[in-house]
Design a protein around this ligand. Structure first.
Ligand code: ADP
Length: 397
């Protein structure tokens, strides 16, 4: 079975075509700047990369170009589009409605549209991608895989905020959590790799990249996660503040004479690493400068680490123990220093011990704890596309 995975944003479509016989990636790429000047498709087959610059006014045109590329003589990997059996779509918000991935029907599509009130920036873009795929690949089954659904197993005490209950009843204000597909993939993979029973293991999954979140996965189920009603809550991120005293919002709005909306934009786009350093949102820059003894970057790096460590500590309490800690995503997979400092500085009380030599690598699946460490620490490269393709295959079969 061949599955096309689509992640469509407001002005982009990321895609991957997988052959599910051996889960290999046949082709992948990115349509960017949709509806903006300078739009283009970056298309990859194995190591060959082609860049096609073209006017792409909307998602349907973007996807049409991708499908032409996939079947073209020069850039293609398919004889005909009929070979695509199914399309798996990443959908950001499934609200309380979607507790797992689903085959897309008319009713499902309507419900995804209804969830747009919770994710007004993301869901409409995802829906645009779904509609384009339905139009262009009418014979393929379509599946939706939600960022939120893995966290739908959280108990009430974890997802309810201590605010008037009526806001939950009236507006569904609660913790939803995101990065669910990644936390699900890496936690399963870690248990499998370590030879542990997933249904009987306490795992803390740290998805730390530009966007970042931690999840507590107890016996195969997410019981808490650091992102909340929106992805703004929790860790300090590339440009997001993470946790703060909500009173700060009104205070800054008043002092700066700006609206609450503007403050929230600052907390989403101009805070985190960018806010503290004033220049860098990319963790590589923060790390390089911290190593070169730049005081501000060292501070930003410390803040990033400290928040992760605090969440690990609190989730160890939430699960009354922890067997495995996972590092994944851009920073988690590629920054040995970050992994070492978090483990050595803060996690000794849990009995965490890191093998510094084993930890000195990037981007591979590897255990980095010592044999006598009480908690296994492991790096697992995330693969949300593969997880989406697996769900798609499962539902179609
Ligand atoms: P997102 O999907 O949230 O955009 P990623 O998971 O791709 O983010 O992670 C991107 C982040 O990972 C960037 O801040 C990048 O600088 C960081 N990163 C990548 N490689 C390294 C590295 N070697 N050291 C530190 N940070 C790194």
């Amino acid at each position: 079975m061949k599955v096309l995975v689509i992640n469509s944003g407001s002005s982009s479509i990321k895609y991957q075509l997988l052959n599910m016989e051996d889960e290999s990636v046949l082709s992948k790429g990115l349509v960017e700047r949709i509806g903006i000047e300078g739009s283009r498709v970056v298309h990859k087959v194995e190591d060959k990369k082609s860049v096609i610059e073209k006017d792409i006014p909307n998602h349907e045109v973007g996807l049409k170009i991708v499908l032409e590329l996939l079947t073209s003589e020069e850039h293609g990997v398919l004889k005909s589009l009929e070979e695509i059996d199914a399309v798996g779509h990443r959908v950001v918000h499934g609200g309380e409605k979607f507790k797992e991935s689903v085959l897309i029907t008319k009713d499902v599509l309507e419900n995804i549209e209804l969830m747009s009130f919770l994710a007004p920036l993301h869901n409409p873009a995802n829906i645009t991608g779904i509609k384009a795929a339905m139009e262009l690949l009418p014979n393929a089954s379509q599946v939706a895989v939600f960022d939120t659904s893995f966290h739908q197993t959280m108990p009430e005490k974890a997802y309810l905020y201590a605010i008037p209950y009526e806001y939950y009843e009236k507006y569904k204000v609660r913790r939803y959590g995101f990065h669910g597909t990644s936390h699900r993939y890496v936690s399963k993979k870690a248990a499998e790799f370590l030879g542990l029973d997933y249904e009987n293991t306490k795992i803390i999954s740290c998805h730390i990249g530009n966007g970042a979140s931690v999840a507590a996965v107890k016996n195969g189920k997410s019981i808490d996660t650091s992102m909340g009603f929106t992805p703004l809550e929790g860790l300090a991120m590339g440009t997001r503040s993470g946790d703060l005293d909500p009173a700060i919002i009104e205070f800054i709005a008043k002092e700066e004479e700006i609206s609450v909306k503007e403050v929230l934009n600052i907390l989403n786009k101009k805070s985190g690493m960018l806010g503290v350093t004033k220049i860098y949102s990319d963790m590589r820059d923060v790390e390089d400068n911290a190593i070169a003894n730049d005081k501000v970057c060292r501070l930003a790096f410390d803040i990033y680490e400290y928040k992760i460590a605090k969440y690990i500590g609190s989730y160890a309490a939430a699960m009354n123990g922890v067997d495995v800690i996972i590092f994944t995503a851009g920073v988690g997979e590629n920054s040995p220093i970050m992994r070492e400092e978090i483990s050595e500085e803060y996690l000794g009380f849990l009995g965490v011990k890191i093998d510094k030599e084993k930890n000195d690598f990037k981007g591979k699946l590897r255990e980095i704890s010592t044999p006598d460490s009480k908690v296994k620490v492991i790096v697992v490269p995330t693969d949300e596309e593969l997880m989406i393709a697996r769900d798609t295959q499962y539902l179609v079969k």
